[in-house]
Design a protein around this ligand. Structure first.
Ligand code: MOS
Length: 764
């Protein structure tokens, strides 16, 4: 069995500051964008000024005359040099199948049409602005049609199905209490502090890429495929990432062209896409629409659940998040119908953004559940209790564990929910209307194959190496805690190396699967070290000779037998040979399909996602849950909306690193407030262009918008999710929070706002 044995506490679960904190606050942590290579030339992107049509002519003369300009790439000299590869969502590498600079065709506004390379960034930028492009422009479609419902279009038959059971339409017609409503969520864009940069350097036929990445093995293999190279000749370096919530997971079109530019000049080339260009050359969360119909009996028991979603994608890609996989299994109901439609538009291909599926889809369902509670005259927590389920209602597969109602109990207690007066507008404080709302958070517990190399030196110091990623999540810390725990050494004696494709393969830092996947791999390698030390010790003439090796453990820097006999690590390690003892583990998730079990580590090595999904985990489903409570205050005259209080209680299996896990959940809750009240990319519909494409006008909450945020960990043991019992929680905290805020706004004002974000003008 390739899984670690059960652990008995120790360092796992110990609150500790992030081990890379000092490096970060002192500016010593080297982010990919920080690498400074000798003789670097600088690239600047020229992007399309139209959303649909063709380039009819380039005028490069003026740009070529700018002092310091070295090269200009356009489709005329790059055509056919970068091969098209499959999209990540289809088992490939790229965020989009749109291949810029391969033809004169324009698929979306902001598409890369040229790359200028110069001696300095300033010269490249100057020249880029002096390139004149002529276009044959056609009128673009910017997104959804105006009508509701949108056209019902076949969703991609290759990806997830639309879960259904029973007769939802019939049961809805006969239901005693009914709710039917449309909900919409806006376009949202990633705005990581570390921009979408790429530096490429060749040494002979070997390519090194410095790029902030959530999946260095994916980037490595994807670029190798695009450039028709042996992947072993490509290395990706990304030890720290300055913000990544999905946009740095799959390969974006820029990278291969920067590699090409570096090859043409035979010197390193560095690209810094501007904040504004990042809106077009990377991915984003597309706008969604939802039709939700709920039917219930008078006691609040759901009899019908209908959830149809519409999502925008680009012309050529069928990207969709399809959140009905989650909304169909959240509550018990005998009749369920779901469907997901894609509406194609002249836009760049959307992609992952933190809880891609759940943030929009659970918003719609959790808003509708609140509307149903109002229609029933029932407390919304009680309504969820009545419909709580321990099985997936679609196929009756049990949850491995589900602590949703315990989360509700603990969060509502901490929040003081029992003091809520249910009538909208009935709670006031001077000039302020007070609203209290709640919603469910959930996220599938996904796990991937992962590998790790652990070495333990005679001086008791350990080194952990794996090509995982710390995108600010605390991965370094969680991994170090796991190794310290299993090797019985202090945390300070563990060093962790991540974010380099020359390290043992590890999965994408996405789908909240990193901690579960990598920590299980690390624990296995540590256990192998323990086994080898134990075998050596019992077959020696040392203190542990003739002990049962299975009973020996690593603890407090010693190899220890239950009856107190022990020897030092130095004795145990030097016995095995010269230098440190090393183990290389290959973890395969217990819940993985047979195909992944057979192929898993090979897939990860090839940079292909082999994530075993928590929503289809063999004979059960595995999800993490939470309950979120929000207080809003709305000014009676100005309608200013404030969120003074957020309380979330979360059950996510074993918490490896409570300090950084708490930080993840805080960040998630805060992003949920942003989703409800702030974030939206405005689109100029005439030209299908993002308008507020900078941090000045793309609204996110600032410190003054967020006051008390409380995170409660609900203890949960789950031995089915994976050997260490980790469910993962990177995305959990920002699921449902938008609905909780919207529900609180209804409670404060009696106004049900179904289109996010909720703004002052919606409440006038
Ligand atoms: Mo996350 S959206 O799975 O990077």
């Amino acid at each position: 069995m390739n899984a670690p044995t059960t652990i008995d506490g120790g360092m796992i679960g110990r609150p500790t500051p992030r081990i890379d904190g000092r490096l970060k606050v002192t500016g010593t942590a080297c982010y990919p964008s920080d690498y400074s290579l000798e003789d670097t030339a600088y690239a600047y992107l020229v992007t399309s000024a139209i959303a649909r049509g063709r380039i009819s002519a380039f005028h490069l003369e003026e740009a070529q005359g700018v002092e310091g300009v070295l090269d200009i790439l356009t489709y005329e000299n790059t055509k056919g040099k970068v091969r098209k590869v499959r999209a990540f969502s289809g088992g490939g590498y790229t965020s989009t199948t749109i291949m810029p600079m391969d033809s004169p065709k324009i698929w979306h506004d902001g598409q890369i049409v040229a790359v200028v390379v110069a001696e300095t960034y300033e010269a490249a930028r100057e020249a880029a602005h002096r390139i004149h492009v002529e276009y044959d422009e056609r009128k673009p479609k910017s997104g959804f049609d105006k009508r509701r419902p949108q056209p019902r279009q076949i969703s991609n038959p290759l990806s997830s199905s639309d879960p259904k059971t029973g007769d939802a339409e019939g049961a809805f017609r006969e239901a005693e209490v009914r709710v039917e409503a449309y909900y919409t969520t806006p376009t949202q864009h990633h705005n990581p502090i570390e921009l979408f940069t790429t530096t490429c350097a060749w040494s002979g036929d070997r390519l090194t890429i410095y790029e902030p990445s959530q999946f260095v093995h994916g980037l490595k293999n994807g670029v190798a495929k695009q450039l028709n190279m042996d992947p072993e000749k490509v290395r990706v370096i990304s030890p720290f990432v300055g913000g990544a919530f999905g946009a740095k997971a799959a390969l974006t079109p820029r990278t291969a062209f920067i590699a090409l530019a570096a090859k043409r000049l035979n010197r390193p080339v560095k690209l810094v896409a501007t904040r504004s260009q990042g809106f077009d050359v990377s991915t984003y969360r597309a706008e969604t629409q939802h039709l939700v119909k709920l039917g219930a009996d008078r006691n609040g028991r759901l009899t019908s659940l209908y959830h149809e979603g519409w999502e925008v994608s680009s012309r050529p890609d069928n990207y969709k998040v399809a959140g009905t996989e989650t909304t169909s299994l959240l509550y018990g109901c005998p009749n369920i119908y779901t469907k997901v439609n894609i509406v194609h538009a002249d836009r760049n291909t959307p992609g992952f953004m933190r809880s891609p599926a759940e943030v929009p889809y659970v918003y719609a369902l959790e808003s509708a559940i609140d509307e149903l509670a109002v229609a029933l005259g029932m407390d919304p927590v009680e309504l969820r209790r009545i419909n709580d389920t321990m099985v997936n209602p679609i196929d009756q597969k049990p949850y491995s564990s589900r602590s949703l109602m315990t989360c509700y109990d603990q969060a509502s207690e901490a929040f003081g929910w029992s003091k809520r007066s249910p009538e909208p507008g009935s709670m006031q404080d001077g000039d302020w209307l007070i609203g209290w709302g709640c919603a469910t958070a959930c996220y599938p517990s996904n796990v991937s194959p992962a590998e790790a190399r652990v070495t333990l030196a005679p001086n008791g110091r350990a080194r952990v190496q794996t090509a995982g990623h710390d995108i600010g999540t605390g991965a370094y810390t969680a991994i170090a805690l796991t190794a310290a725990d299993r090797l019985g050494i202090p945390l300070e004696d563990v060093s962790v190396e991540l974010g380099d494709s020359s390290l043992p393969p590890a999965p994408v830092a996405g789908g909240s699967n990193a901690t579960a996947s990598i920590c299980n791999a690390v624990a296995m390698a540590c256990d192998e070290i323990r086994d080898r030390l134990a075998q050596g010790a019992v077959h020696s003439d040392g203190a542990l000779r003739d002990c049962d090796p299975a009973t020996l453990s690593l603890s407090a820097g010693k190899l220890v037998a239950p009856h107190g006999k022990r020897e030092t690590l130095r004795e145990a390690i030097t016995r095995l040979g010269f230098g440190p003892v090393e183990a290389h583990s290959k973890y395969t998730p217990e819940i993985a399909s047979t195909a992944i079990k057979l192929m898993g580590n090979k897939l990860i090595e090839k940079g292909i996602s082999a994530m075993a999904s928590g929503s289809s985990a063999g004979d059960h489903v595995q999800y993490a849950f939470g309950a979120e409570f929000v207080e809003v205050r709305i000014h009676k005259r100005t309608r200013e909306i404030r969120v003074p209080r957020l309380v979330g209680a979360f059950a996510a299996g074993r918490i490896v690193s409570p300090t950084t896990a708490r930080s993840q959940l805080l960040g998630g809750l805060i992003w949920g407030v942003a989703s409800a009240l702030h974030e939206a990319t405005e689109i100029d519909e005439r030209v299908a262009r993002y308008v507020n494409d900078d941090l000045a006008e793309y609204l996110i909450p600032v410190c003054a918008d967020i006051k008390d945020v409380e995170v409660i960990f609900v203890p949960e043991e789950d031995h089915q999710v994976n050997a260490l019992g980790i469910k993962g929680l990177g995305e959990l905290g920002n699921v449902g929070t938008n609905a909780a805020v919207a529900n609180a706004v209804y409670h404060a004002t009696g106004r049900r706002i179904r289109d996010l974000p909720i703004r002052i003008e919606d409440l006038l």
